[in-house]
Ligand binder design. Structure first.
Ligand code: ADP
Ligand code: ASP
Ligand code: MG
Length: 454
């Protein structure tokens, strides 16, 4: 079987919707299972709905209008949407009574309507095209998760439940991305951008021969095309390269997407719904073909980071110092990205600093603590690239040439990723500069030509 996941722009623009429906019809010999995101912009709208009690009436009308108009444009009858819209109206009636911002469980319930409406429309679109299909809410199909609302993680038993819940086929299941359910039946979400992860979890559970991520770019590109318009698709990446890029800000894949694919060794393909003939990117366990192995493949960046430095002349070399620091972060559920150490200090970067305050109070008992905000990490990724003699020198010479201050550098044990931290305002400049400076804007001609450039 094969999983085809369509993101918000793929299901939220009528011309792309038609192409997406056709892709599923053409995949019928591969026993397709479809995963869909909410229509483009809808999850943001629902997040605003949760945040702004005074705006709920207006936003609810906008939500209903958006789906009715879209269905009309996509040739799907309003009747097909009736039950899903009724579910929404019931939710809205309940939430209107609550004058507070919604968080946790009620927020996840509200957000879930984006994917539920979109799955309903997509399944109806498939049936219009002669494909037997049914919309399924992921939790009802067996995607059980823990109860960390807003960032839920699938439970091990989800695999067996999904195998049962998604058969027999056809009809083709059109599963809501982004959603799960606790074992006692409460809807959860997997984190923003989580539909990619849903697709991979389902692909692994059903032992897919391929997981296809259909989006608005022709694969994983050499940089975010919104930052670097001349970015080029990367034909082939290893699981590790793609994971590093996703972790360090390449939004095209949710950072957890590759985990289930790695476990079951399932190839992941990233494809462009608007240009379905483009080859896209293939992501597999095997390393890069030799001709490209010299090469930095892509540069990612992620803003909104906070760096915490703990300085302790007294403690650093003492037994258990690092363990104590990480025990504090762990206990407060603070996720650490990058780590660098010197003889008297340790610095870490943190993406989500919502739980940081409590951890800081404890860290102050270990050493002097410095916090810097509004930072970004830039990651230069390519299997083997960081080990190339001269790459680090080249990167930091380029940055020095334009006066960018580098706050932290991490290469660590990774053979794949050279990353560094800069001020947030400098991040895009760095990505553009390195993309050109490392030759990513030109086609890899041969190993020799590439080596000369690097
Ligand atoms: P979808 O709705 O299909 O899930 P997303 O908006 O979540 O799409 O992800 C696609 C976007 O990711 C692209 O439009 C692009 O701006 C961004 N992006 C960031 N880094 C990369 C990259 N290396 N390759 C491709 N896209 C990237
Ligand atoms: N609709 C959700 C979001 O916008 C999930 C996804 O698109 O992957 O975050
Ligand atoms: Mg996405």
């Amino acid at each position: 079987m094969r999983v085809l996941k369509f993101g918000g722009t793929s299901v939220g623009i009528p011309a792309n919707f038609e192409i997406a429906v056709r892709r599923v019809r053409e995949a019928s010999a591969h026993d397709p299972v479809v995963v869909v995101s909410a229509l483009a912009g809808v999850t943001n709208l629902l997040a605003d709905y949760c945040r702004e009690p005074a705006e709920r009436e207006r936003l609810s009308s906008a939500l209903i209008e958006r789906h009715l108009t879209f269905s009309l444009d996509a040739g799907v009858s309003a009747e097909s949407l009736r039950a899903s819209l009724e579910d929404w109206r019931a939710e809205h009636a309940l939430r209107l009574r609550d004058p507070h911002p919604l968080t946790g469980e009620p927020r996840d319930r509200v957000l879930s309507h984006g994917e539920r409406l979109s799955a309903t429309i997509f399944a109806a679109g498939l049936r219009n095209d002669g494909v037997e299909a049914r919309a399924v809410e992921a939790g009802a199909a067996g995607l059980v998760t823990d109860d960390r609302f807003g960032a839920a993680h699938p439970l091990p038993e989800a695999a067996a439940l999904l195998r049962r819940g998604l058969g027999p086929r056809p009809p083709v299941p059109v599963v809501t991305g982004f959603l799960g359910r606790t074992t006692d039946g409460r809807i959860t979400t997997l984190g923003r951008g989580g539909s990619d992860f849903s697709a991979a979890v389902i692909g692994a559970a059903l032992d897919a021969d391929e997981i296809q991520i259909w989006t608005d770019t022709s694969g994983m590109m050499s940089a975010d095309p919104r930052i670097v318009p001349e970015a080029r698709p990367v034909a082939h990446l290893s699981f590790t390269e793609a994971s590093e890029l996703a972790t360090f800000g390449a939004r095209v894949l949710h950072p957890k997407t590759l985990l289930p694919a790695i476990e079951r060794d399932i190839p992941v393909r990233v494809l462009n719904t608007s240009n379905p003939r483009d080859p896209g990117s293939l992501i597999t366990a095997t390393t890069t073909p030799a001709a490209e192995s010299w090469r930095v493949k892509s540069i990612a960046s992620k803003k909104g980071l906070t760096a915490v430095t703990i300085v302790s002349t007294r403690m650093l070399l003492a037994h258990g110092f690092l363990a104590r620091v990480f025990e504090v972060f762990g206990r407060h559920h603070v996720v650490v990205d990058l780590v660098t150490t010197s003889e008297v200090s340790i610095s870490v970067t943190i993406e989500d600093d919502s739980r940081l305050e409590a951890a800081l109070a404890e860290l102050e008992g270990i050493g002097r603590v410095e916090v810097r905000r509004d930072l970004a990490v830039v990651a230069v990724v390519g299997e083997g690239a960081p080990q190339r003699i001269g790459l680090a020198g080249h990167v930091f010479t380029l940055l020095g040439g334009v006066g960018v201050a580098v706050e932290m550098i991490s290469q660590g044990a990774s053979r794949v990723n050279l990353s560094f931290v800069v001020r947030e305002d400098d991040a895009e400049k760095c990505v553009r500069l390195l993309h050109r400076g490392l030759g990513l804007d030109v086609e890899p001609a041969s190993t020799t030509a590439g080596a000369a450039r690097a």
